[in-house]
Design a protein around this ligand. Sequence first.
Ligand SMILES: *[C@@H]1O[C@H](CO)[C@@H](O)[C@H](O)[C@H]1NC(C)=O
Ligand SMILES: *[C@@H]1O[C@H](CO)[C@@H](O)[C@H](O)[C@H]1NC(C)=O
Ligand SMILES: *[C@@H]1O[C@H](CO)[C@@H](O)[C@H](O)[C@H]1NC(C)=O
Length: 402
Amino acid sequence: MFYSPLLSLTLGLYVSLPATATTITLYATHYSTSRIHTLSLTHSSSAGYSLSETSSLDTCGTYPSWVTFDAATRTLYCSDEYGDGKVNGSLTALRADGEGVLTELAVTGKVPGGGVHNVLFGEGGFLAVAHYAGSALSTYALPLQENADSLQVFEFELSTPGTNPDRQEAPHPHQTILDPTGKFVLVPDLGADLIRVFAVDESNGGLSACPSFNYTLGGGPRHGVFWTEENALKIRGRVSSAQTILYVVGELNNEVEAFAISYPAKGCLAFRQIDTEVPYPEDLPEGASLGEIRLADNNVYVSVRMDAAFDGDDSLAHLRRNRNGTLAFEETTSSYGVLPRTFAINKAGDLVAVGNQLSSNVAIVTRDPATGALGEVVADLQVGVPGEPNTLEGLSSIVWDE
Ligand SMILES: *[C@@H]1O[C@H](CO)[C@@H](O)[C@H](O)[C@H]1NC(C)=O
Ligand SMILES: *[C@@H]1O[C@H](CO)[C@@H](O)[C@H](O)[C@H]1NC(C)=O
Ligand SMILES: *[C@@H]1O[C@H](CO)[C@@H](O)[C@H](O)[C@H]1NC(C)=O
């Protein structure tokens, strides 16, 4: 019998390859397909990364805007940006199976319009939703029931337009953030230049309004992220004076502002501004604006929309956190698409999924966990159809299933 050691070696390697391939799921919401798209990122040492769409579901109302993934229950909560202060939007809860195939668990239309973000609070027992066009904050008990009423709705008003009357003609809550203690929900309000603060009653999920923090006038706070000592390497065994910093992007002044957060023995949390930074080598070009902000260890990342700095593609800015909480600009790298509305860092900290709205693609970019530097695109997929500027079109959010 003919025997080739080389052939047998080649086959042996080939056959062993599938065992080293790993697959991870992501979910993308899309304004114009009115769907949540399930994506699969596969990695093998021989073939590298590949990203494909494995399923999708027509769900989440007219304008799926934002999805939160609760890994503990494999449930997605999707906010629909349809509606305004008069016309309702919707909220949908979905179950994801092991392959990321989605089925609706419950839908409610008893929701203010313009839902743009949501967050779990009260140990995962409740959901808080920010309504941009609806100028409101609403909360729901979980598991979400079909056609459920809200627990609470806070409607906000503005007596006079803000510094930027086109964008600040009304309050525009843009995000709901749970603070690291789980005792407060914060709401950056782009229209009213406020960080609204609500204290959580953990016994029943009730929110009560604290004094709002007056943000820089004309800043247009959009999204924020908390840093705590837990994000730092604990060199000594014990952390003596825990530091909590809130970093916020202003969509209208294109600055990142840093606030030291303190917790008085009684009452609500307090803010002290410690830094403002333009996360860019110079002022942003005309028409460009900051979007998402994320944090990993001592690195803060901000998306820069419509600067077209990388052969027509936009930018991600990397800032390094000093020990005192202030930020230092490091560099910009490509978002590998147009209008990076959102991006998400995986748990391992070695990949970033960038959701570019107008080019409607998800770009998977490498991240060096040691230095925080963002690198090359390793996989890229157009999802749905591209969008036009200043419309509710294109890819709206991206989240890792982990
Ligand atoms: C809109 O929401 C309100 C509660 O906020 C509810 O009473 C009303 O029935 C909803 N309308 C529709 C058409 O679902
Ligand atoms: C925040 O702004 C409001 C309205 O301009 C003002 O009445 C209030 O005193 C300000 N609060 C603080 C703490 O400066
Ligand atoms: C914070 O640290 C940086 C870097 O060490 C320094 O340049 C800056 O002056 C410090 N700021 C404050 C307010 O201490």
